[in-house]
Every structure is written in C-alpha cells, then in structure tokens.
Design a protein around this ligand. Structure first.
Ligand SMILES: [Zn+2]
Length: 259
C-alpha cells in the first residue's frame, strides 16, 4: 500500500461526518444538533450564551489573506470539503471552488501569452445543438472566431468544430463550447459580446471534476496552488473558498465558557 492509499480511508469516513456535519449545513450553520439534551428547568439561568452567527463560522478571507499551506489537512467530507487544522481553529475548504480558482488563474495566465490564437483539432468534431442553441451560435460565430474557435455551420442544427483557443489544453473541447452556451443562457449574456473572463469560466466549468477523492498529497498540492494564486479568497464566481470555525467557537459549543 502506498502512503497515498494509506490516508484515503479518512475521506468521508463516518467519523468525519459525525463530528463535522452539524456545523456544515448552509441554512442553519449554528444550530446545536437536534438530539441535544432537554432544556434546563430555568433556561434564563442555565441557557448557554447566544452565539453570534457572524463570529462563529466566518468567511476565512475577512481578515488577512489565508496562507493555505500553513494548514494541516485532516481529511475530506462528502468528497466535497477538505477539513484542515490551524493553531486557532478548523477550516473547511470547498475543493471544487478551490480547484476552479486555481484553474482560472492558470488559464488566464496562459491566455495572456497565447492571445486569441486557435489550435486546430486533430479530428474535427461534428456537433448537434438544439434549435435555440443553433440560433445563438450562428449569431455569435464571428465573435467566437475572434476568441479562438473555428466553428462552421453545417446546416440544420449541426456544426463542425475545427479549432479551439490555443490556451485550452484540456480534453473534450466540445464541452468548452457547451459550457460557454450554458453561461450565455444562465447569465443572459449577449453572445456577440462575450468576454474572455466568461470564456475562462466556461473552461473551468468543463475542466473541474466534482466529487473527486483527494489524498493528502492532492490536498497539500491544492493548498500550494492556492497560495500561488493572486486571488485565493473566492472562486471565479465569487463564492468563498474557505470557512473557519475558531477554537473559541468550538469551546463555546462544548459549553466550556472561559475554561
Ligand atoms: Zn465557482
């Protein structure tokens, strides 16, 4: 067994879930677990002090820039979140958002050197779209060419994709075009005025894999990549990458008060 395999059982184990899940729910992050003991007879006297939501689970980026490689990765929950320890608390990192941020920065840097140049596909791809998508693509075909796509309309709802932007180094180039159409539709973007950053986000969407099992080496590498990114506070869509549960909040939840 390799060292990498040895750490895998940590990921998503029932132990991690039992300990961490109650504070991970988006809607009610600060509720005590439902099976908490019955209320004391005189709640006014014995109730724990109310928890201030903002102080308890705070976005990790609200003070200084978080240095991810200083964290000690502990494992993975639900193939979605990395749990990592720091001296002053525990961090939960959305691995999908983190991966998206790393890819986005990498793509933007590569696009800077490649510009709008195209790369020809070794084998052109015949693609079918819905009638609505076909109308969009016909409208946007010139702008797509300026962004590096070589796309030809083939009649009915068919196109041939002959080339993609040179900076696109991932597999499934047709997915880049399809994710781009998703962004155009979801965000009601005018396809004749697509911007490069929208294209980069489409590239991230097509390249990031959801529910990926990460071993400790993967987590450490991801942390290093985040530290190398100019912006590691949010994903390219603005969602936070990390939330923090402070030691003080953990103490409060165990009703330890000042002890
Ligand atoms: Zn995102």
């Amino acid at each position: 067994m390799t060292a990498a395999e040895a750490v895998r059982p940590l990921a998503g184990s029932s132990y991690s879930k039992a300990v961490v899940s109650p504070i991970m729910t988006d809607e009610q992050p600060l509720q005590l677990p439902q099976d908490k003991p019955a209320e004391p007879a005189s709640p006014a006297v014995f109730a724990p002090p109310p928890v201030a939501p903002q102080a308890a689970v705070q976005a990790a980026d609200d003070s200084d820039k978080l240095v991810f490689s200083r964290l000690r990765p502990l494992g993975q929950i639900d193939l979605t979140y990395i749990v990592a320890a720091a001296d002053d608390g525990v961090y939960f990192i959305d691995q999908h958002a983190a991966h998206e941020r790393v890819l986005y920065e990498r793509i933007a840097a590569k696009a800077k050197t490649c510009g709008n140049a195209s790369q020809q596909l070794a084998i052109p791809l015949a693609l079918d779209f819905t009638p609505a998508e076909t109308l969009l693509l016909i409208d946007g075909i010139n702008n797509l060419r300026d962004l590096g796509f070589i796309l030809e309309f083939f009649g009915d709802n068919s196109f041939v994709l002959r080339g993609v932007p040179q900076w696109y180094v991932y597999s499934e180039p047709d997915m880049l075009l399809r994710r781009l159409l998703d962004i155009v539709c979801d965000e009601q973007v005018d396809i004749t005025h697509l911007r490069a950053d929208q294209l980069f986000r489409a590239a991230c969407r097509s390249a990031v894999k959801a529910n990926q099992l990460l071993n400790m080496t993967d987590m450490v590498k991801l942390f290093q990549d985040l530290d190398a990114s100019a912006n590691s506070a949010t994903c390219p869509h603005g969602r936070p990458l990390a939330i923090k549960l402070t030691n003080a909040e953990i103490r409060k939840r165990f009703l330890r008060g000042g002890i």
